[in-house]
Write a new protein. Structure first.
Length: 188
């Protein structure tokens, strides 16, 4: 049976919306297809016409989100923003749904997927020679620091302005932790 594309997309979107409302309430691992279909207003057989299971729905959602982030970063780079704007670009690309998936009810592997997706932009930003010893470790450190700080900020209820977090990320990457901490005399 051939369905009209707009109806197909509307149905798929209702499952996605139901997923988001449930993941705000409970961990993904505890979401049942029956519960999701009831929330979406469809039966189980309709769900299975679109997705194999909850994991398949999650993969669809994550893929869509990562593509959206990539497009936002590409758009920002097309707007002739300087490489120094990397922190603001990444910050702007992060949205509530990404934070939900990286949070306690989310997908424990999604954080790694976001970092991997944005890795090329971080590498480009630092424009280090590709033959630099241990470049992959340096980029991994920066990438983990940026997204760890963002995740922590979100978990703390975004308790101070985004501009300050962005500035902190940039300062930590370029000047290190010592720019915030005064070591006692004789400290390393």
């Amino acid at each position: 049976m051939n369905k009209q594309p707009e109806i197909t997309e509307k149905t798929r979107q209702r499952f996605v919306d139901a997923f988001w409302s449930l993941v705000r309430e409970k961990p993904i691992a505890k979401i049942a297809v029956s519960e999701l279909t009831r929330r979406a207003g469809y039966n189980r057989s309709t769900f299975y016409e679109y997705f194999l299971d909850i994991d398949d729905l999650l993969a669809y959602i994550e893929s869509s989100l990562l593509e959206q982030v990539k497009q936002e970063i590409l758009q920002a780079s097309l707007e002739n923003r300087s490489p120094g704007d990397l922190f603001q670009i990444v910050f702007a690309a992060m949205n509530e749904k990404i934070y939900l998936l990286m949070g306690p009810n989310g997908d424990s592997g999604f954080f790694a997927k976001v970092k991997a997706e944005l890795l090329p932009y971080v590498e480009e930003y630092f424009s280090a020679p590709k033959d630099l010893p241990n470049l992959d470790y340096l980029i991994c450190f920066v990438n983990s620091a940026i997204f760890g700080l963002l995740q922590h900020w979100n978990e703390q209820g975004k308790n101070f302005p985004a501009e300050e977090v962005s500035g902190m990320m940039q300062n930590l990457v370029f000047n290190g932790l010592r720019s915030y901490i005064t070591l006692p005399a004789g400290g390393a």
